[in-house]
Write a protein that binds this ligand. Structure first.
Ligand code: HEM
Length: 512
């Protein structure tokens, strides 16, 4: 903790190389040897067994589920609140046997996150999405995508898609198409405003924008989701929301779906069928689109002809990123709009930076130079993290916080809570994009907030998602000022953090 405090105080230069903090890699672990004698402080505890980590009692058959059942202390509470209470009850490392045989170690201290990063190696494992894995086994020819594959199979797929999805070049290649989606959304937004400029219940509209914006990447064509008569797109968006809500439920249920088709699993399968059927239709059309040479291959054709992935693997990957990109980016955009409306002075600074950017500038890479907008997005994701924590399963035995952690242990890093904890970050309740800009950012411990994850298993679409959100924010702010909001936005956990109330914003036409 002392190391982090020193960072907060701005007194110590821990990093020898300070990369952009939302793209942390193993290089950044150069900080580890310089953390003040943490290992010595903990050495006396180094042999403490995992079973001695504090945590709720585990009962026969139901483990620690009693906490979440009627009469239990967390019954009816939002998941984020339960996790917060576990920290206040047991401290910075908590052991929770959610159901017998499925134990999770919860970490809240960013120094302990570093222990996990250090131990994860080249093939990090994540044990989430059990129902998706089962669905793929039963109904997708046992082909897994990025979310559920592990080890060499995961690495092979990740390597094949990295250049096409994750690189700066890849993101840049989609700017023009995504800008056309942003233009259409702006028109739609303009039409939705009432005479005061207010749009109510805005989240469903946001979902349509992000579906179209990721659809154009995956399937090289317009899906027409923003058309009010397009029911197919609407069914898709609802299926994504259902699948995420059930994935959240899966986390606190006995995993009976592994042996029988429970009603929850059947509901999940129906949602996945809707997602897969629509993806299949779009993918088929993209695959058959005429092309002239290698340079004119679209993503579906490129991955099918030029990578080692089979057509089924390409399909599984694309349908997964298609649905993975809806609520994540949608909520990021919703939280960004909220942050702009809550902090007019920040909105003014973002506007100043982007007001004169033309479509041509943006096509020519201007987004790379919008440092305030990038810092704004990072601060938004600190205050309103879309992914509330990061999951890992250890591949080898390691020591965390002085406890022995065996291989195959499930760990959750609650970076969302660390990012708002005054012990680790200065003025945690202030919305200050400046903290992520030089020279201030060297005073902020880099692992405090990792909204897109870290290392080889981090979000492959980080650039695409930031681009999608940036493009529409630029379009909106160039035309409108978002009126100040006096109230904060409540958040609920639905596997991802989501706005808990309908969104309403007033867009005032700028006087030019
Ligand atoms: C603001 C929007 C987004 C946020 C905050 C976000 C965040 C994350 C996080 C935290 C992870 C886990 C990383 C880790 O464990 O280290 C992740 C993984 C992933 N994300 Fe995103 N994401 C966003 C948008 C997207 C989009 C648009 C797509 C699809 C186009 C996408 C596809 C994925 C996939 C496939 C993975 C799993 C990667 C793997 O296991 O190798 N994400 N994302």
């Amino acid at each position: 903790m002392k190391a982090v405090r020193n960072f907060v105080a701005g007194g110590q230069k821990i990093l020898s190389r300070h990369g952009h903090s939302d793209s942390l890699s193993l290089h950044d672990l150069k900080i580890v040897p310089e953390l003040p004698n943490l290992s010595k402080q903990m050495a006396h505890m180094a042999s403490n067994p995992t079973s001695s980590i504090p945590g709720p009692a585990s009962l026969p058959l139901i483990g620690a589920l009693w906490q979440y059942l009627p009469g239990g202390r967390f019954y009816g509470l939002d998941f984020n609140e339960s996790v917060r209470r576990l920290q206040s009850l047991y401290g910075d490392i908590v052991r929770e046997e959610i159901v017998p045989g499925f134990t999770v170690i919860r970490l809240y201290n960013p120094e302990h996150f570093v222990d996990v990063y250090k131990a994860e190696g080249d093939l990090p494992t994540r044990a989430l999405f059990g129902m998706l894995k089962r669905y793929n086994q039963l109904y997708n020819q046992d082909v897994q995508g990025l979310l559920t594959s592990q080890g060499q199979a995961w690495q092979q797929m990740r390597r094949e898609i990295q250049q096409e999805i994750s690189s700066p070049r890849a993101a840049r290649a989609y700017v023009k198409n995504q800008m056309s989606v942003a233009d259409e959304f702006l028109e739609r937004l303009t039409g939705l405003r009432d005479e005061d400029g207010t749009v109510t219940d805005f989240l469903p509209e946001i979902y349509k924008y992000v579906t179209e914006a990721i659809g154009i990447v995956c399937f090289d064509g317009r899906l027409g989701v923003m058309d009010p008569d397009n029911t197919e797109g609407q069914q898709f968006i609802e299926a994504v929301s259902t699948s995420l809500t059930l994935t959240q439920k899966e986390l606190s249920s006995i995993p009976l779906y592994k042996i029988i088709n429970t009603s929850m699993f059947n509901k999940y399968c129906r949602a996945m069928n809707t997602i897969k059927n629509l993806s299949e239709k779009y993918m088929d059309a993209a695959f058959k689109r005429p092309f002239e040479d290698d340079d004119s291959l679209n993503l579906v054709q490129h991955l099918t002809y030029k990578s080692k992935l089979s057509y089924r693997e390409v399909f599984t990957f694309l349908s997964e990123i298609f649905f993975g990109g809806i609520d994540s980016t949608g909520h990021c955009l919703a939280f960004s709009l909220h942050a702009l409306s809550r902090h007019p002075e920040v909105q003014e600074k973002v506007y100043d930076e982007i007001k004169s950017l033309s479509p041509r500038d943006i096509n020519n890479g201007a987004l790379d130079h919008t440092s305030y907008l990038r810092a704004f997005l990072k601060e938004t994701l600190r205050m309103y993290p879309v992914a509330p924590g990061l999951g890992r399963t250890t591949s080898k035995a390691t020591t965390i916080a002085g406890y022995h952690i065996p291989a195959q242990t499930n760990i959750v890093l609650h970076y969302d809570m660390a990012g708002k904890n005054g012990q680790y970050i200065a003025e945690p309740d202030s919305f200050k994009p400046e903290r992520w800009l030089r020279p201030n950012k060297t005073n902020t411990f880099p692992y405090i907030t990792v909204p897109f994850g870290f290392g080889p298993r981090s979000c492959p679409a980080r650039r695409l998602a930031s681009q999608e959100v940036s493009l529409i924010l630029i379009k909106i702010l160039q035309r409108f000022e978002i009126a100040e909001s006096k109230t904060d936005l409540p958040i609920k956990m639905q596997f991802l953090n989501a706005p808990a109330e309908p969104l309403s914003y007033t867009f005032k036409e700028r006087q030019t």
